[in-house]
Design a protein around this ligand. Structure first.
Ligand code: NAD
Ligand code: TYD
Length: 349
């Protein structure tokens, strides 16, 4: 099996690459990543010398590069994770999200179609997507695979569009696709623009903890390696043409999660209880801020036997500990571009 993983230098992608490189020594794994601000080869230091692993720096917006890559490697399968992934950035730069998430995905579909046409047997195009395509829930109910699409941010609109194209290539051309829509991930190597690592870093530095709006927006958090396990399961055993929802069954209002992070981080840093909570600062809400996401993951559990395995408190402690220990990684990723973004987005907070 020769496997193309796109976006493998990002947060989730690096965990997926690591899992496949370590678990499948007989697979040839090619990681294609443009190394945007969010991609970092330091995320893969421990496996970069593995004989079954190759890194290619390249952009999925470049159709010719993709064509050449398919020609050179004759991929059997694709796991497509490369994307612009941060909602706040999509609000200031929507077109970048269209270019990478929509056009980049269609480029990849075209390359797979051209090189696999007439020989679809054993091939698989796996598109990794998000629960945000389903829109926003009230206090009741869950997203199922049948929930109508209702994206409300430029990010989720671009992911929804990419999902539609992936399904269209299945129905129109018979491309053997599979899709998953996952809830919010957390764990090591997440870029600190996202809620959990941003809060850990600010607590460590004694900086304000910016909570949007009233802090009552709800997210369903999943340990990133549980997601990587689900990706492995779906790639190998998911049914062609199907979609699987992946979630942690673990809903938290942002403010409760931030308080929990404060208390755990104080404890791990040996600070007196209550220190970090004093840093909590309510700030202007994100425009169009989705109120609640919650996944019904019963299909993947029933059909493929996957379920989350990491208890949340253990996962959070492991994550906080990782960020406190990996200061070199953190300093590297929060230098340069991150500072500019932070100042622009959060002002002089
Ligand atoms: P990330 O931002 O951490 O990583 C994205 C990676 O894609 C980076 O390595 C970046 O360099 C690369 N990339 C970006 N544009 C590219 C381009 N044009 N060509 C090639 N590479 C490019 O994102 P993540 O959080 O790891 O998310 C990975 C995937 O999972 C995305 O498709 C995202 O929509 C999806 N997802 C994320 C979450 C989450 O909670 N983070 C939840 C569900 C689904
Ligand atoms: P985020 O990690 O950006 O993921 P998403 O928006 O894709 O769910 O944000 C998670 C939640 O945390 C979301 O409701 C927005 C909120 N949030 C804050 O309150 N403050 C912040 O500084 C950030 C980055 C997010």
């Amino acid at each position: 099996m020769t496997l193309l993983i796109t976006g493998g230098a990002g947060f989730i992608g690096s965990h997926v690459v690591r899992l496949f490189v370590q678990r499948y020594p007989h697979y040839r794994i090619v990681n294609l990543d443009a190394l945007t601000y969010a991609g970092n080869l330091a995320n893969l230091r421990d496996i970069e010398q593995a004989p079954n692993y190759t890194f290619v720096r390249g952009d999925i917006r470049d159709a010719i590069l993709l064509d050449n890559l398919f020609e050179e490697y004759s991929f059997d399968a694709v796991i497509h994770l490369a994307a612009e992934s941060h909602v706040d950035r999509s609000i200031s730069h929507p077109l970048t999200f269209v270019e990478t998430n929509v056009i980049g995905t269609v480029n990849l579909l075209n390359a797979a179609l051209k090189h696999w046409e007439g020989r679809f047997d054993g091939k698989r195009f796996y598109h990794v997507s998000t629960d945000e395509v389903y829109g926003s829930l009230g206090s009741e109910g869950y997203f199922t695979e049948e929930s109508p699409y209702d994206p409300r941010s430029p990010y989720s609109a671009s992911k929804a569009a990419s999902d539609h194209f992936v399904r269209a290539y299945f129905h129109t051309y018979g491309l053997p696709i599979v899709l998953s829509n996952c809830s919010n991930n957390y764990g090591p190597y997440q870029f600190p623009e996202k809620l959990i690592p941003l809060m850990i870093n600010n607590i460590r530095e004694g900086r304000p903890l910016p909570v949007y709006g009233d802090g009552r927006n709800v997210r369903d958090w999943l340990w990133v390696i549980d997601h990587a396990e689900a990706v492995d399961t779906i790639l190998h055993r998911g049914r062609v043409g199907e979609t699987y929802n992946i979630g942690g069954n673990n809903e938290w209002a942002n403010i409760d999660l931030v308080k929990f992070l404060c208390d755990l981080t104080d404890e791990l840093l040996g600070r007196s209880p209550g220190t970090a909570r004093q840093l909590i600062t309510f700030v202007k809400d994100r425009p169009g801020h989705d109120r609640r996401y919650a996944i019904d993951a019963s299909k993947i559990r029933r059909e493929l036997g996957w379920k989350p395995s990491m208890p949340f408190e253990v996962g959070l402690r492991t994550t906080i500990q990782w960020y406190l220990e990996n200061t070199e990684w953190l300093q590297y990723v929060i230098s340069g571009e991150y500072r500019v973004y932070y100042e622009k987005h959060y002002g002089n907070l």
